[in-house]
Ligand binder design. Structure first.
Ligand code: HEC
Ligand code: HEC
Length: 277
């Protein structure tokens, strides 16, 4: 563990502090978010698991796809026993990854989703050889190694399984915390300043290829500007179920209108309008 932490930089510090401050404290202690002076040394496994729960349902954007049918665009791993699923898939003759146990299987699913694609859930037309699941350590989701451990801990623990991931050591957590300046780490994310930033912030790129017509979860948008007018683009983002692209499930999140600033929406619309293939 400690070698891992030495290689982690400043951004991890900020993120760890941010997640601890805004997610963990209110949830675990029922208090208003505290801006500074978090006692990272007192992190318990119980709070680490709670952090994973929060990340799964919020920052990780996992529930964009992982939900019960009929809404789900991915297996309902929140509702099913993930350790049992992992062991079942490890025993599948189609499994050709490197994992030897449930923890390794879950980690591999997060970092290299294409190593094993759950039957029936592959990218459209790929015959279950390609996964639509984004790599969670890359943009737009970009979880840190500690956050990934927390999510795995929660997935193991939520149905009573044994938690096999290690807690970040107090020493490592403190090192990380002292690297953070923490002035604005507890605030809501700032509005995006470019279209690319906005697309990443709202995880559009988890579901849409921007430079091709490949289908991830939704259609590729490389030539969307020649298919839809600005007015139609705006509607497809703020009221996605008004017109549903042919051949696709109504799977766009319906709540962008309440989350985006007007300028973020306009940047995205102008950017997409320029995409003519
Ligand atoms: C854009 C949609 C999408 C998002 C976002 C997403 N996933 Fe997935 N995920 C999938 C799909 C589809 C599968 C099934 C295909 C496969 O096996 O790769 C999957 C598979 C998995 C599996 C393996 C399930 C099994 O039964 O073997 C795990 C574990 C997992 N996801 C965890 C996560 C976590 C944790 C997050 C958030 C940090 C997340 N996913 C975000 C679409 C998504
Ligand atoms: C969870 C996956 C998901 C996310 C996240 C998502 N979309 Fe979509 N999107 C879809 C699906 C599925 C469709 C096709 C069904 C429909 O039209 O509602 C779609 C349709 C669209 C269309 C219409 C495409 C066409 O060919 O008519 C546009 C434009 C679009 N999305 C833009 C965006 C933007 C911009 C964002 C981020 C602010 C975003 N989407 C986030 C899944 C997603």
């Amino acid at each position: 563990m400690s070698v891992l932490f030495k290689t982690l930089g400043f951004s991890l510090g900020l993120t760890l502090l941010f997640t601890l401050v805004t997610y963990l404290l209110p949830q675990v202690k029922g208090e208003a978010p505290v801006e500074k002076a978090v006692d990272l040394g007192s992190l318990t496994m119980e709070s680490f698991i709670a952090l994973g729960d929060e990340i799964f349902h919020n920052k990780g954007t996992c529930t964009l796809c992982h939900q019960p049918a009929p809404l789900g665009r991915a297996p309902d791993i929140g509702g099913e026993d993930m350790v049992a699923l992992a062991n079942k898939h490890l025993a599948d003759e189609r499994y050709q990854g490197d994992a030897k146990n449930a923890e390794e299987y879950i980690r591999e699913s997060l970092l290299h989703p294409g190593k094993y694609v759950v039957a029936g859930w592959g990218k459209k037309g790929s015959n279950d050889t390609e996964s639509p699941m984004p790599m969670v350590d890359k943009p737009p989701i970009q979880l840190t190694p500690i956050e990934i451990d927390a999510v795995i801990a929660w997935l193991e623990a939520k149905d009573g399984g044994e938690v096999t991931v290690a807690l970040p050591t107090a020493e490592a957590a403190a090192e990380v915390a002292s690297a953070a300046t923490a002035d604005d780490s507890g605030k809501a994310p700032a509005p995006a300043t470019t279209a690319e930033e906005a697309l990443a912030k709202y995880a559009c790129t988890s579901c849409h290829a921007m430079d091709s017509n490949d289908v991830l979860v939704g259609p590729g948008l490389v030539d969307i500007g020649s298919r839809l007018s600005k007015e139609e683009l705006r509607q497809s983002i703020v009221d996605p179920n008004a017109v549903v692209a042919e051949g696709f499930p109504p799977a766009m999140p319906p709540d962008f209108a309440s989350k985006m600033t007007v300028s973020e929406l306009e940047m995205i619309v102008n950017y997409l309008a320029e995409k003519k293939g």
